[in-house]
Design a protein around this ligand. Structure first.
Ligand code: URA
Length: 221
């Protein structure tokens, strides 16, 4: 809850900065509309579909909320929608998505439909560029709420962007991949993004090891 609260405050600060405000004396901790995102994924998805809080909303075709088992113990978080996701409104449906499905089904040996999949930003960054901090922090409360509702035991951060915004740590993905980061109610395992694997197939063997580790974590009581 604290992480959601902090993410919402950060979002508010970015909005104020956008409006030209450079100094905010005190942000009170109180519940208001900004801190009360619904505890229901359907209602949250509707809010996301109407979101206009960052510039990505101007160029998107569809928002890509996320999909999968709402009671999943395993959640995957990517960076943001690509071209095909922007058209379909579904996460990881392009080439990287096909590879992600194989990673889940062949290495962890569970169906893709049994996990939950989401992204740091819900709208496609033009030309698939990395989301700016403003875009990522504005969107992050939605992901934090999804995490709170789905309540997975293990979250796989796909690539540096997902790892960075989920943990606040700016370490490179090569350094941290395969580590297990305790976040209290869940654990994060960073690994390479499937798009990176499409460009660097030799890194698949390391990801395979990470996936086996994730499978073992899921079997733990
Ligand atoms: N890459 C991502 O990070 N997310 C998607 O949904 C698709 C490609």
């Amino acid at each position: 809850m604290n992480r959601l609260y902090n993410a919402l405050q950060l979002k508010r600060l970015y909005q104020l900065k956008e409006l030209g405000v450079s100094y905010v004396p005190l942000i009170e901790k109180r519940s208001g509309p900004a801190t009360t995102l619904p505890n229901d994924l359907g209602a949250l998805e509707k809010i996301v579909s109407e979101c206009r809080l960052c510039p990505l909303s101007k160029t998107r075709t569809k928002t890509v909320f996320g999909e999968g088992n709402i009671h999943a113990s395993l959640m995957f978080v990517g960076e943001g929608p690509g071209a095909q996701e922007d058209i379909s409104g579904r996460p990881f449906v392009g080439r990287a998505g096909d590879l992600l499905t194989k990673m889940i089904e062949n290495a962890i040996e569970i169906p893709r439909s049994s996990v939950y999949i989401a992204n740091i930003v819900k709208c496609r960054p033009p030309n698939n560029r990395v989301p700016t901090p403003e875009e990522a922090y504005t969107c992050l409360p939605y992901l934090m709420k999804q995490l709170e509702i789905v309540s997975p035991r293990v979250v796989v951060a796909l690539g540096a962007t997902a790892y960075h915004y989920l943990t606040g740590d700016k370490s490179g993905i090569t350094k941290v991949r395969g580590e297990i980061i305790d976040m209290g109610s869940y654990r994060i395992v960073p690994t390479y993004h499937p798009s990176y694997l499409l460009r660097n197939p030799s890194a698949k063997k390391e990801v395979y090891q990470d996936l086996l580790k994730i499978k073992r974590l899921l079997c733990e009581k």
